[in-house]
Structures are given as C-alpha cells and as structure tokens.
Design a binder for this molecule. Structure first.
Ligand SMILES: C[S@@+](CC[C@H](N)C(=O)[O-])C[C@H]1O[C@@H](n2cnc3c(N)ncnc32)[C@H](O)[C@@H]1O
Length: 321
C-alpha cells in the first residue's frame, strides 16, 4: 500500500450520508464505533474528526490496511484500537477490547482501491500477476488453489452464485481442461481462458468477461459472505439503545444478506390476531433507509468505483429486558 493513497483521490464512498446517519448515535459522552472494514481509514478519519469524544475500533483482515490506517489515524491514536482480524470475529474483537456494547457500526464491504490497484495482489484481470486475491496475506487459500483444485461442480456454483456468470458451466469446463495441461497460475491466463469460454456474440457486450469470474473467486477466497453473515448480527447484538449501523455493499448477495439481517430485526413477530402486542415480539430495530440508497450522480462522476454501492442503515430502538 502506498503512503500517498487514502488522503488524496480515494474519497470514501457516500461519506456525508454515513456521517449523517451515524451522528445521532455518537453524540453521547463516550461513544464507541466499530469500523468493520477499516481499509484506508477514510471513513474512520472523518468519524474521529467529527466526534472528539469518540473511541473507534477499526478492523481489517488486510495487514497493509492496518499498517496504512495506523499511520493515517496516528493523530487520534489515544482514541483508536486497530485490529488485524476478520470482521467475522467481531464478537471476539469486542470482548478482547473489553467492550460489551457499542454505539455505532460501519460496514464498507468489498475490496479497497489499493487491493485492486496493486498488480501483485492478483485481484485485477487488467494486470498480469500471480493468482492470489487474498485480502489477508497470512491466510493459506489463494485463488490459484481454488482454480486448480476445486471440482467442476464447485467452480460452476461459485461462478454462478458469486459472479452471476450465465456461462458458469462453460467457464468451469474450460478451466478444468486447461489446468489439466498446465496449472493456471496467472491472472492473464485465467482472463484469457474466460474470454475463450464465453460465446463470441456475448463477448462484444457488457465489458470485460473476466470481471464476473474474478469477483466470484475473490468472494470465495476471502469467504466474504460468511464473514458478513457472522459480523452483521454480532454488530447488531452489540448495539446499545439508540445505536446505529450503516452498511455499504457492492454486489447483490451482500445487499441481500444485509437486507435480510436488518428486516428480520425490524419486524413485529407477534402471532397474528393478539389483542395486545407481546413485548418480546416487538422489533428491536427500525430501518433508517427506505430500500437501499444509492450514491448521487455527482459522486458517481467523481468516483466511478462508488457505482455499485448500496447503503442500508438501522437503529436499535429496544433492548432485551
Ligand atoms: C472498501 S474497503 C474500505 C474502505 C474504507 N471505508 C475507507 O474509507 O478507506 C474494504 C476493506 O474491507 C476489508 N475487508 C473485507 N472483508 C473483510 C472482513 N471479512 N474482515 C475484515 N476486513 C475485511 C478489505 O481488506 C478492505 O480493506
């Protein structure tokens, strides 16, 4: 990660809206917020600057993100706890930090700009690099292992479910054929195989055909959906009364999981037909967003990487007795 990224050019996605939504929850005397996807620390820096009493717990599974943000947030070092971990371990991170409740949580899912821009990390089909795609460079599983060891059935499922690739069986089939000749170890060779597997008529439309396969492999390598499935409920459970969560997701599966987790907690689950509502069945949260909010046209013009962003937020309105 370069020293100059994060402060210029890389504007955090929907920053003003994130600050606005979290502000009411962070106005107490000693508020605590969790940034579950610290990245370059852009959202975190703005939150710390806006709330002088705020303590921020920042989590990222990428050691370079922690290193970079430690430097960037050094003016606030007495108010930050930065942890190299998966957000899937959020409950443990909070326990270790001695926090039972939090006032805010922010999820800005997906990859960071440096992960995409640094060729050697192997996330991008536009550079030739080893097939890596690990956010946590200390983990074992790489994209190379997925591509060279998973069965045709497993590859098809990943490409279809995580990449929404219509031609998943064809791409998986050609991967299996090609890897039998020689292991597939580079982003370029994989991108070439995908291009060859996609019918020529379809290739002419819809951007680089490798995009969907690369997204699917990245989600698999980093177990992104299972981390979110664990992290979001853990954050919601930890929120104090009036506490708020904001989630920025970048593809439909993340957004669907987010929507499900939030709506499950904002529904009254009383059996129908009861004369009085049962307190135990009253919702513990209320939605702060109607549907998913999108970035403005103006933001999209400034930052094309915000294009697929979807924002949802909720507030805790009841605690268990
Ligand atoms: C879009 S970036 C966050 C950018 C950040 N909000 C900012 O303003 O600079 C997403 C970050 O989440 C991290 N990440 C993705 N999945 C994670 C997980 N399960 N646990 C912890 N960090 C994760 C990535 O390593 C990446 O640094």
């Amino acid at each position: 990660m370069h020293d100059d990224v994060g402060t210029g050019g890389h504007v955090p996605v929907m920053l003003e809206r994130v600050l606005e939504l979290l502000a009411p929850a962070l106005s107490g005397p000693a508020p605590v917020v969790v940034d579950a996807n610290l990245g370059l620390g852009g959202h975190s820096e703005a939150l710390l600057a806006a709330h002088p009493a705020l303590h921020l717990i920042g989590i990222d599974r990428d050691p370079f993100a922690i290193e970079h943000s430690t430097r960037r947030l050094s003016p606030y070092s007495d108010r930050t706890t930065l942890v190299h971990a998966s957000s899937g371990d959020l409950a443990e991170v909070l326990a270790r930090a001695g926090r039972t409740t939090i006032d805010g949580a922010l999820f800005d899912l997906g990859v960071s700009s440096p992960q995409l821009d640094e060729a050697e990390r192997g996330f991008a089909y536009s550079y030739d690099a080893p097939l890596d795609m690990r956010m946590d460079t200390e983990q074992e599983l790489t994209a190379e292992q997925v591509v060279n060891t998973y069965s045709a059935g497993e590859l098809t499922r990943i490409l279809r479910d995580y990449g929404e690739e219509r031609f998943a069986p064809r791409v998986a089939g050609l991967i299996i054929k090609e890897r039998a000749k020689e292991a597939i170890t580079s982003t370029k060779r994989l991108a070439d195989i995908v291009r060859e597997a996609i019918p020529a008529a379809t290739r002419r439309t819809g951007g680089n055909p490798a995009k969907r396969t690369f997204q699917a492999l990245r989600i698999e390598v980093n177990a992104e959906l299972s981390a979110l499935e664990a992290a979001l409920p853990a954050a919601l459970d930890a929120l104090a009364l009036g506490g708020r969560v904001v989630v920025l997701s970048y593809h439909s599966l993340e957004d669907r999981l987010t929507k499900q987790a939030l709506t499950a907690r904002t529904r009254d689950t009383s059996p129908p037909g009861l004369p009085v509502p049962l307190p135990a069945h009253q919702p513990r949260f209320r939605l702060l967003t109607r549907g998913a909010e999108l970035p403005s046209e103006e933001e999209l013009a400034r930052n094309p990487r915000a294009a697929s962003a979807r924002l949802r937020a909720a507030e805790r309105i009841r605690v268990d007795d």
